[in-house]
Design a protein around this ligand. Structure first.
Ligand SMILES: C[S@@+](CC[C@H](N)C(=O)[O-])C[C@H]1O[C@@H](n2cnc3c(N)ncnc32)[C@H](O)[C@@H]1O
Length: 531
């Protein structure tokens, strides 16, 4: 194929891709993780791979394990040229894409295997080991994979790579490991994958693989505020590595933001340091990286002073959470209603006072239905509540997963109100923190859109002695920086951040100890009591 023919085929590819995308619903595309790599990005990745291949005229045996319409193959043709590519294989599960890619590129020597890559690789029918893999695997999350499918993939990956993949890992983790097993030793691979594995526990096996088993060359994380795939809610990272054991003093180039060719921040990180690091998104440690200031893991943390717990999952907020006024109008008994905070979006303040009944003093007072009486007793003693519960069936509430597991189905998880809360998800860049800390002086509990912070014994005892210090606690919590919160939490495409209880518990709490050194060992309280 001449350069002109390649360009022509690329324009046709873009048209075919748009046509197939338009025919599919978002649900269908999500099921198979069908979000094509923009051609300009594919070319940039191919250029980078070319720059590290080694000998300038080394023959390329190309592979893409989930080729789609062939964005990467097209880029490889542009960058390496047709003559340098001695073989090329693309695997694709979707018959429409498999047909289209075959039509577009068979003239250029692309061999298309129609099938599930993880099965093709398992039955040994994958031809010729490639020495260049360019891939953007399907971003299928684990909960869209059946239990049997996960067990099969876990067993296969263990057999082929010797790695135990956590059941919470998405399909792309298996793709990367299996395709690397297939690759020729010394070959180079570039993978465009979601960056969340860099931060979460289920990414540990992949991080270990990248740090120990291959020579990781480059990790470029895109700025999550600049979504690569428009409609796919993930943030992405390009991983480039050579299939060769790393040297002991190997360093990896971590870059962030901008483009692969012109990143906004960069840093060389020793492999040894990576092996220890819990969160790779903290690299490069540079002001431009909005997640750079991760606590070092030494010194006091919020978890030393607070027990952190997610708020309750009701199973159906629309049904179980009512305006207090509406509940009163329906005659629902007070003893089976608990005050509950509105969603963070509707809660504009960070200090909540209480009315005489302990309800928050806010515009829209809400309560959650929470009753532990068996159905016959509700029916006999609380007709209004019984009548309300009867409406659940027609509203489709009863088919919910949580509701099926609870007995009685209208009994909520039990939580005490907590003095402090943190919102569970949010946006915010630079100095603006993604989450808010709330000081709650009411008896309201919270849904799982909040994390609830319960002071542990030392801090609780101090607050009992000096209740006025609660305000300072709130101030200190509010001083946790956006970078610290983002560094411990996780980020999704479009800049949505979330933080889990264990992550919040790891935030540095040095300011608490600086202020009240005694709370480390309970001395303050003893001081007050005895001296
Ligand atoms: C994220 S898209 C990337 C497509 C293409 N490589 C690109 O970069 O534009 C992932 C592709 O993987 C395909 N796919 C999903 N599951 C697969 C599987 N088990 N085996 C092979 N291909 C699969 C999807 O149909 C989709 O075309």
């Amino acid at each position: 194929m001449s350069a002109f023919e390649c360009q022509l085929a690329e324009s046709q590819r873009q048209a075919v891709q748009a046509e197939i995308d338009a025919r599919k619903s978002a649900k269908e595309r999500n099921r198979l993780g069908q979000f094509a790599t923009p051609y300009a990005l594919a070319v940039e990745i191919a250029h980078y791979v070319e720059s590290i291949l080694g000998q300038p005229n080394q023959r390329v045996r190309f592979a893409d394990p989930s080729i789609g319409s062939g964005s990467f193959f097209s880029a490889a043709l542009t960058v390496f040229g047709c003559k340098r590519i001695s073989s090329a294989i693309g695997v694709e599960i979707d018959p429409e894409f498999a047909g289209a890619v075959r039509c577009l590129w068979s003239n250029a020597g692309l061999e298309v295997v129609h099938g599930d890559f993880t099965r093709v690789i398992a039955n040994g029918s994958c031809p010729l080991a490639p020495n260049v893999v360019l891939a953007n695997p399907p971003y299928v999350r684990h909960h869209h994979m059946s239990r049997e499918e996960k067990a099969r993939l876990q067993a296969l990956t263990f057999k082929m790579v010797g790695i135990d993949v956590n059941g919470l890992a998405g399909l792309y983790v298996y793709f990367l490991l299996l395709a690397t097993a297939w690759m020729e030793d010394g070959g180079v691979a570039a993978w465009l994958v979601p960056s969340e594995f860099m931060d979460v526990n289920y990414g540990a096996a992949l991080k270990r693989f990248l740090a120990d088993r291959v020579t990781l060359i480059r990790v470029h994380r895109f700025d999550p505020n600049d979504v690569q795939f428009g409609d796919a809610l993930v943030s992405s990272v390009v991983l480039v590595f050579r299939k060769a054991p790393p040297s002991a003093d190997h360093e990896v180039l971590f870059t962030f933001g901008g483009s692969l060719a012109e990143p906004r921040a960069s840093d060389l990180i020793a492999r040894e340091r990576l092996r220890e690091a819990r969160k790779w998104t903290a690299y490069p440690n540079h002001l431009n990286n909005n997640r750079h200031a991760v606590a070092l893991g030494t010194g006091p943390t919020l978890g030393d002073f607070f027990r952190v717990q997610r708020g309750i999952a009701t199973g159906c907020n629309k049904f179980f959470i009512l305006e207090r006024e509406v509940a009163a109008r329906l005659g629902l008994p007070d003893k089976y209603l608990r005050p509950i905070l509105p969603s963070p979006r509707q809660l504009k303040i960070t200090k909540i006072d209480a009315d005489a009944d302990g309800h928050p003093l806010i515009d829209s007072q809400l309560c959650v239905v929470d009753c532990n009486l068996p159905e016959p007793m509700v029916a006999a003693n609380y007709p209004a509540l019984w009548a309300y519960l009867q409406t659940a069936q027609s509203l489709g509430v009863m088919s919910g997963y949580l509701i099926g597991k609870r007995s009685p189905w209208y009994k909520q998880e039990q939580r005490e109100p907590s003095d402090f809360l943190c919102t569970y998800m949010g946006r915010g860049s630079g100095d603006h923190p993604p989450f808010r800390f709330i000081w709650n002086r009411s008896k309201a509990i919270a849904t799982n859109l909040y994390l609830m912070l319960y002071p542990k014994p030392n801090l609780a005892a101090m607050l009992r002695c000096y209740p006025e210090r609660a305000e300072i606690v709130h101030t200190l919590l509010g001083q946790v920086t956006g970078n610290e919160l983002r560094g411990e939490g996780r980020v999704y495409g479009g800049g949505l951040n979330k933080i889990e209880p264990s992550e919040l518990a790891r935030i540095c709490a040095a300011s608490f100890v600086e202020r009240w050194p005694e709370i480390r060992d309970g001395g303050v309280v003893q001081g007050k009591l005895f001296g």
